[in-house]
Design a protein around this ligand. Sequence first.
Ligand code: MD6
Ligand code: FE
Length: 208
Amino acid sequence: MIAPLPGLRLHPGYFDRAAQEALVEALRAVVAAAPLFTPRMPKTGKPFSVRMTNCGRLGWVSDAAGYRYQTTHPDTGAPWPAIPAALLHAWEALADYPAPPEACLVNVYAPTARMGLHQDRDEEDFEAPILSVSLGDSCVFRFGGTTRGAATRSFRLHSGDALTFGGPARLAFHGVDRILPGTSTLLAQGGRINLTLRRVTKPAPARG
Ligand code: MD6
Ligand code: FE
């Protein structure tokens, strides 16, 4: 486990090859039920270069009306499929949080796709970490501080790596500079998949 910043914890190769292949299979079923869509920037309507879908009770969407979580797919209107069990187990093992995730955002990167520096702040509960899982080609992942102007650093994320963003890093700016084509044989078409598991609402207080 490597800690590049307090609250940012990298678990290299957390999922072995067999577990990665099983995750890709589970994601095929997710995408069959909830097809990939192209999100758009609020206000400008500019398309993202990544395609997305979700699983879990809530899914993150972005269009001209803004960023939000919703219970249904923006195109089909259907509820999101369930989060694969292997991801729920990883959350239990790594998140150090007493309630399950409610959303799993699936980002699909073509070799030329990227993700600009952003904060994840559409959740009500910042006490919970975000758990990120990378599959397929490696990428150059960049992170900085909690203001857009703060210095940034980058490191590579490889297939099977898990990363938790919690504590002081929960609101750190981060993004994906580029995909490194040809660095993984996991996905036949190349490219990269990133999964982020999130707690969106505050859990009800424990009774006692
Ligand atoms: C990606 N990840 O790795 C994009 N967000 O493709 C994220 O945007 C991200 O890795 C919040 C927490 C962890 C992440
Ligand atoms: Fe993010």
